[in-house]
Design a protein around this ligand. Structure first.
Ligand code: ADE
Length: 232
């Protein structure tokens, strides 16, 4: 059976999908509520992971173990890191890296997880194509790009750090969950994709922009997932 696990970190990021699901069962595990039902005729399990890599990891492993998710899609907002991106633009993950994994003092590269084979978690090609096609059908007047998503347990609001992340790690945007979802999916051989709409530019105005644009950016991301599941 094919079942899509859909994750958002915050209420705004999952609410539209929950509204569209109508009938669902609620199950709790590790303090996370999982909504089991159908979305556009497809079996889905939706959940709000909470913010940060640990929450996202626990949530992803439960989706796989307890709810038999065969694919995982993350929907939400991010801070733009690529200087060509503006608020409202869309990034579909090609791969994800944990920018706060920093063992450079022992000779590892920034983002490299010591003593493991993989530190760059590649999203699934078919899911990427599905997300790009859906985005092109839905989003007008905004850039849609695929690129590397950086994740860390940090809200970035500093132009110099943004430049560093872009130059050092070739990041397109930064958020706080995607690479954790990517790592857990990769450890379990489960295909995933992360879809992020830019709520801010991770600069000195990021706090204000995040509060102002998160609702709108979350809706953009929801509409892409909606279209994606219709074309699944
Ligand atoms: N999510 C949205 N904007 C972000 C930022 N600037 N840093 C980290 N996570 C974010």
């Amino acid at each position: 059976m094919s079942r899509i696990g859909i994750i958002g970190a915050m209420d705004e990021e999952i609410q539209h999908i929950l509204d569209a699901m109508k009938d669902y069962d609620e199950k709790k595990k590790a303090g996370i509520t999982f909504y089991v039902g159908t979305f556009n005729g497809f079996d889905v399990v939706l959940c709000k992971s909470g913010v940060g890599k640990v929450n996202a990891s626990v949530c992803t492993q439960i989706l796989i173990d307890k709810f038999a998710a065969s694919n995982i899609v993350f929907t939400g907002v991010a801070g733009a890191v690529n200087p060509d991106l503006r608020i409202g633009d869309i990034v579909i993950s090609t791969d994800c890296v944990q920018h706060d994994m920093d063992v450079r003092a022992l000779g590892f590269k920034l983002g490299e997880i010591p003593y493991t084979e993989v530190s760059i978690f590649e999203a699934d090609k078919q899911l990427i194509d599905l997300a790009i096609t859906a985005s092109k059908e839905i989003v007008e007047d905004k850039k849609i790009v695929s690129g590397r998503i950086l994740s860390g347990d940090q809200f970035i609001a500093d132009r110099e750090k943004v430049q560093f992340l872009h130059e050092e790690l070739n990041g397109y945007c930064t958020e706080m969950e995607g690479a954790a979802v990517g790592q857990v999916c990769s450890m379990n051989s489960i295909p995933f994709v992360i879809i992020r709409s830019m709520s801010d530019q991770a600069d000195g105005s990021a706090d204000v922009n995040f509060l102002e644009f998160t609702k709108l950016a979350s809706k953009n991301s929801f509409e892409i997932v909606n279209e994606m599941v219709k074309n699944w």
